[in-house]
Design a protein around this ligand. Structure first.
Ligand SMILES: [Zn+2]
Length: 255
């Protein structure tokens, strides 16, 4: 039986998501922005929380851990490089490690840039990735603790996942990201198509994720920083992709 997911909104614009293994009943919360909506999601699904998979140390991804752990005695898995900054951690992981949620097997990817120790989780059998604040639909995370080169390498790693892999990110930023992306690639047809799709989803009150890596590669300018035409349009022909990424990121910060 395949993995099941349950997606919901929390805090101002965070996503919460549960990953459930129907075979064993194991259920992981990806990050823990706040306990109450996660408890509500568990109640609604009837799933029992067994694990929390943390992507990075920011408060809006970890504030709910203490209350959830006290209530469910769940295991808390967190990035090795940030374990000191996250409370209640049971297990630390890094690149290449395997995380088991019941019978589901996830692979840990180091994806630093937003924070220095940020990790993502990829479940190959179900082709589901949890990318935290590294990749957003039509955007990428702010480069806070790392540098653009680090972020570009992380984005390349995620871009290298199968085209039909679905990814869940930490925030609902898609609409705003699209408004900005159109200033970078006004003639990108894949972006225009995504904009239409997102407008329909938002109008009916639905979340804009998960998106697939394949669709994202075509429409997200942050994943396209090595595109020669894109670089040329920014006056950066011949520059390394990470410099193009840095320029796009700076423009987004000012947008
Ligand atoms: Zn963050």
């Amino acid at each position: 039986m395949r993995a099941q997911t349950f997606l919901f909104a929390c805090l101002k614009d965070n996503f919460g998501v549960l990953l459930h293994d129907p075979q064993t009943g194991a259920t992981a919360s990806i990050d823990a922005p706040e306990a109450a909506p996660i408890e509500a999601a568990l109640k609604k699904t009837g799933w029992q929380l067994t694990d929390i998979l943390v992507t990075h140390h920011h408060d809006d991804h970890t504030a709910g851990i203490g209350a959830l752990k006290a209530h469910h005695r769940c295991r808390v898995v967190a990035p090795r490089a940030e374990a000191q900054r996250i409370a209640h951690v049971d297990e630390t992981v890094g690149e290449g490690d395997t995380v088991r949620i019941g019978s589901l097997e996830g692979r840990v990817l180091d994806t630093p840039g937003h924070t220095a120790g940020h990790i993502s989780y990829f479940f190959p059998a179900d082709k589901i990735a949890f990318v935290g604040d590294t990749l957003f639909s039509i955007g990428c995370g702010r480069v806070i603790e790392g540098d653009p080169q680090m972020m570009w390498n992380s984005l390349l790693k995620l871009r290298g996942l199968p085209d039909d892999a679905r990814f869940y990110c930490g925030h609902e930023y898609t609409e705003a990201n699209i408004r900005f992306a159109k200033t970078i690639e006004p003639n990108n047809k894949a972006l225009a198509a995504r904009a239409e799709e997102v407008a329909t989803l938002v109008a009916s009150g639905k979340p804009t994720i998960p998106a697939t890596i394949g669709a994202e590669k075509a429409a997200n300018p942050f994943l396209r920083a090595d595109d020669a035409d894109l670089a040329a349009s920014l006056g950066l022909s011949g520059d390394p992709a990470w410099k193009v990424l840095a320029e796009i990121r700076q423009r987004k910060n000012r947008f």
